[in-house]
Design a protein around this ligand. Sequence first.
Ligand code: FES
Length: 373
Amino acid sequence: MADTIRDASGTDSAGEDTGTERETGVHSTSTSTEVETRSEAPGTAVVRPDAIPNPGFPPERLRVTDLDPREEKKAERAVSLWFGLGIFGAIAAVAVYVAFPLGNGDPDVNRWTTFGIGMGIALGLLGIGFGAVHWSKSLMEGHDLVEQRHTTRGSEETRARAVEVFSLGNKESGFSRRKMIRNSMIAALVAFPLPGIVLFRGLAPREDPNELLKFTMWKKGTRLTRDPSGTPIKASEVTIGSAFHVIPEGLNETEDRLEEKAKAAVLLMRLRPQDLTISSGRESWSYDGIVAYSKICTHVGCPVALYEQQTHHLLCPCHQSQFDITREATVIFGPAKRPLPQLPIMVDDQGYLVARSDFREPVGPSFWERENS
Ligand code: FES
């Protein structure tokens, strides 16, 4: 007998197990009487009786579909209906794709086509999923089974045979003997993924990504305008406590409107000038308590769109980063690591708010070339 110690859960702490022992000592339906009998056996085996005897399986409860053929038929129809819904969803997704092709330049059509395809696929998957679950729960055999656990270690004979096959393969291929072939093959395997890595570069735009991310549409004299109408904002219109969603003038006319907006979107707020803490060098970046900060969260780039007027906190809804506007948008909570970049502003001779320059640092989340150039 190879067993030496077995705990209450039936786990061996030394030695090998045999099928017969599992039957008598570990079987989940074995009774405590059996276990106690075994623990009194002579020898070194120590088998503790279960603290809580295994109550075994409850008696099987027949389902309504097991008892009534009409219910069984009904369940069968319900399962087929679910699968039918799956078929309908898949066909609908294809039909939407064909009837309303993507990429025709109309954003509304693209949006609804994407929505329709998504709904079709979702219906297809849901139909299959619900059908399969309903089938297994209402119609498939429902009795309990016990499956004995077996040792995963192969027998000595199997292990020896595996080593033998491996050695034979090594010998016949000359893998160990022909070092030059072996090493060049390893080098080829290492080099193989390189094109894939390099091709990732193709996902980035042709222009220098560092430049693209570092600069926005804002430049000296660009008017601050309302998002989305593009109407310019006068300083006198920005009352204390108010907040404006702002885009640079002319953004709506640019070719890459969305890309530019993703970098240049700004939030404009007015506080009492005495509430602002302004660091040296930024004295001229605000106008009479009006401040402008990038709307792009420095965590992973969500729009920071929630302004808490009483506390002067900006909240990013994605992961709850909070920025304190009175202290130059310092992070006071959440995963963001850097303050929101401030847009230096002033007023032109007609009283409209304009930018003094672009942001003085890249907007949005960190990127790997952020500190370069
Ligand atoms: S993107 Fe703003 S907190 Fe994560």
